[in-house]
Design a protein around this ligand. Structure first.
Ligand SMILES: *Cc1c(COP(=O)(O)O)cnc(C)c1O
Length: 389
């Protein structure tokens, strides 16, 4: 089965639901048993089957089996947000007295989770340069190192780690390798072929694809990790909302059709921006001038619509003039929906192992599904306002 076909057919069971194409939305807390014998049987394995709303519904299992099949995972565990998926993955592998190696470019709330809650629970996090060599990384492992957490590319600064090389040294030491694969998506970065054990997605982004649900998923390469992640998620009381997980399953069906448009629009916009005098630098892995472009070419099969530009040095009011007058780009967090977005970001404050250096403000851009000519015209007017203000 080719990927496009898999995206359409993975995890579907119409015969179980009166022939409905999509597994319907099951809202449930109580699940009734036919007999005491049925109840007793359910207690033998409470982590599989439909026994209680929090432990999983057919809607949830439909999403999980589809997304696991698409990425080639042994199993998937869905959660109520992307951050919950990150927390679940980390708590599944680390406990008091353990040590984690985390790339310095990770999503801000991931860092806050490590430095806050995990530190309080006695887990020590050491940050490493995402561009660290395998040899250097090898020297950072300790006897109590339990996980290496990567995000390639980082969602503000877009560095790409040499994932297979770093994952290989971690695996040699029996250290679990977790990746936040939200940018790569289940179809543009084959996490398991590149040495990842736990591929975490903010499904809130491209999988849902319409900016209208919060959802996370941990795709697990092996059964042992899958069990640990499932048990951890259940212990935490995490469960994805029925409507949200339904929207995730529905969004997955068109992922393969939407992403190429995000990619084409993002790259066209990035290439045009690179020629503009108000732009100092474009951070887009699919452009030849990206410092790790060779790694993107080697390891990824596509790019999503998220990238960043460093503008010429300017004041906050110039940035306000650019952003406030935009017609088609919203100002807001998150990405992966059908609409274009901008967000001014300052990575300097969320780094400890590396230093973020830029003279001008960094503007993160999400290229949506609009017509590229409109996106370029709108941004051209914005850049003109930036330099005039
Ligand atoms: C948005 C995001 C998350 C968190 O997802 P939520 O669903 O918002 O909790 C995690 N990682 C990356 C890279 C993100 O962009």
């Amino acid at each position: 089965m080719k990927q496009a076909t898999r995206l359409v057919h993975a995890g579907r069971k119409p015969a179980d639901h009166y022939g409905m194409v999509n597994t319907p939305v099951y809202h449930a807390s109580t699940v009734l048993f036919d007999s005491l014998a049925d109840f007793d049987a359910s207690q033998a394995d409470p982590f599989s089957g439909v026994h209680y709303g929090r432990l999983g519904t057919p809607t949830q299992f439909a999403f999980e089996s589809a997304v696991a099949e698409v990425e080639g995972a042994h199993g998937a565990v869905s959660t109520c947000s992307g951050l919950a998926a990150i927390a679940t993955a980390l708590l599944a592998v680390a406990g008091a007295g353990d040590h984690l190696l985390v790339a310095d470019n990770v999503y801000g709330p991931t860092r806050k989770f490590c430095d806050g809650l995990l530190a309080r629970l006695g887990v020590e996090t050491e940050y490493v340069d995402p561009l660290i060599s395998a040899d250097e990384l090898d020297r950072r492992f300790r006897d109590n190192t339990r996980a290496l957490f990567l995000e390639a590319p980082g969602s503000l600064t877009f560095e790409i780690s040499d994932v297979p090389a770093l994952a290989a040294v971690a695996r040699e030491r029996d250290v679990s390798v977790i990746a936040d694969n939200t940018w790569g998506t289940p179809i543009y970065f084959d996490a398991f072929a590149h040495g990842i054990d736990l591929s975490v997605h903010a499904a809130t982004k491209y999988i849902v694809g319409h900016s209208d649900a919060m959802l996370g998923v941990v795709n697990c390469r092996e059964a042992a990790h899958y069990r640990a992640v499932r048990h951890t998620s259940i212990a935490l009381g995490y469960c994805a909302g029925p409507d949200d997980v339904y929207l995730g399953a529905r969004g997955l069906r068109t992922l393969g059709q939407r992403l190429p448009v995000h990619e084409a629009n993002g790259l066209a916009l990035a290439n045009w921006l690179a020629e503009q005098p108000g732009v100092t630098r474009v951070l887009h892995p699919a452009r030849a001038d990206h410092p790790q472009h060779h790694l993107w070419r080697r390891d990824f099969t596509g790019a999503c619509g998220l990238f960043a530009v460093e503008l010429a040095p300017g004041e906050r009011r110039q940035l306000a003039a650019l952003i406030d007058g935009l017609a088609f780009y919203g100002l807001g967090a998150s990405w992966g929906g059908y609409e274009s977005l901008v967000l001014p970001v300052d990575p300097a404050g969320s780094r400890s192992a590396t230093r973020w250096q830029a003279d001008g403000p960094l503007l993160r851009i999400h290229a949506g599904l609009e017509d590229i000519a409109d996106l370029i015209d709108d941004m051209a007017a914005g850049l003109a306002r930036y330099s005039a203000a």
